[in-house]
Design a protein around this ligand. Structure first.
Ligand code: SF4
Length: 297
């Protein structure tokens, strides 16, 4: 039986979240929704918060630019998550490569799915590159996290949404993997590059959304870097949920204001200038974008 990495296990057994804390968090976010202009419907995801935290110009550029279309790096992350889902729920004899093949076939067969359409029409050499990239990432995933396969209490990419004031403010999240371990619940985010504080804040946002939706927080969040085969785990405490709600409220207020053009976005150049839609024209763009250690899945 493959072992489950130690970092996935919470320090304590399951601790229920105090209903008074949940009411407090709800009231704070409800107040934010009430204060927002009534013509706005604002959807907050991990991406909203991470782009706002890295560079407000990056967030605005992403909002205003048309969808760039699928590419190998973008498709790799989506297909890896699909293949990992298939493999985690499958019989132990399903190989990683069979899970990847099943995922490609399933996606390519989907009507009205932009990724399926792209897979059906992509250049065969591009597809071969993509398949290799997903197979490589899947092999890393299975090598390190095989112990999770077939666990009864496991969910993947479960989309969760919490709305306030008739949807004026919506918090949306889909944790990569949630699993019950040692009488506790653990939320795992898969990464294919160095993890940092913004990734941790994203994971805590996921814990906040789960708390508001189900009345229960995951006991631990784990950022698992497939490249290094190492994870970083944090137990979720009441103060983390409070701090995450405060941070979310602050970033959403700024995001609403920069989106509406009420304030100029603050520029904060960094390695992400490399994939910013405004990188050619922005006066703040770093002249020679720093090489990232790797992309994110
Ligand atoms: S190019 Fe860099 S500094 Fe300019 S908006 Fe994009 S991320 Fe920000």
């Amino acid at each position: 039986m493959p072992e489950i990495p130690e970092v996935l296990f919470p320090s304590d057994r399951h601790q229920p979240v105090d209903p008074a804390l949940i009411a407090e968090l709800r009231a704070d976010l409800d107040r934010l929704a009430l204060e927002m202009p009534n013509w706005i419907q604002f959807r907050v995801t991990k991406r909203t918060l991470s782009e706002m935290a890295r560079c407000e110009g990056l967030y605005v550029a992403g909002e205003q630019s048309p969808w760039p279309g699928w590419s190998v790096p973008l498709a790799r992350g989506t297909l890896l998550h699909d293949a990992a889902s298939v493999w985690l729920m499958a019989d132990p004899d399903l190989s990683p490569v069979d899970a990847v093949n099943a995922t490609f076939a399933q996606r390519a067969g989907k009507d009205r799915d932009s990724l399926g359409e792209w897979l059906r029409t992509a250049d065969p050499f591009v597809l071969a590159d993509l398949r290799q990239a997903v197979n490589n990432a899947m092999n890393l995933f299975v090598r390190d996290l095989a112990g999770l396969q077939g666990m009864a209490d496991i969910r993947t990419d479960q989309r969760i949404r919490v709305g306030f004031r008739n949807g004026r403010l919506q918090l949306v999240n889909a944790p990569d993997i949630t699993v019950g371990l040692a009488e506790a619940r653990v939320s795992i985010e898969l990464k294919t590059g160095r993890v940092d504080g913004v990734h941790l804040a994203e994971a805590m946002f996921g814990a906040l959304v789960e708390t508001l939706r189900f009345g229960q927080a995951p006991d631990r969040v784990v950022l698992w870097d497939l490249t290094s085969g190492e994870g970083v785990g944090y137990d979720v405490r009441p103060d983390d949920l409070r701090a995450t709600a405060r941070r979310t409220i602050g970033l959403v207020k700024r995001a609403v204001n920069v989106s509406a053009g009420y304030v100029e976005p603050l520029l904060n150049p960094g390695p992400y200038c490399r994939y910013c839609p405004d990188t050619e024209t922005c006066p703040g763009a770093v002249a020679e974008p720093v090489q990232l250690d790797g992309g994110e899945s």
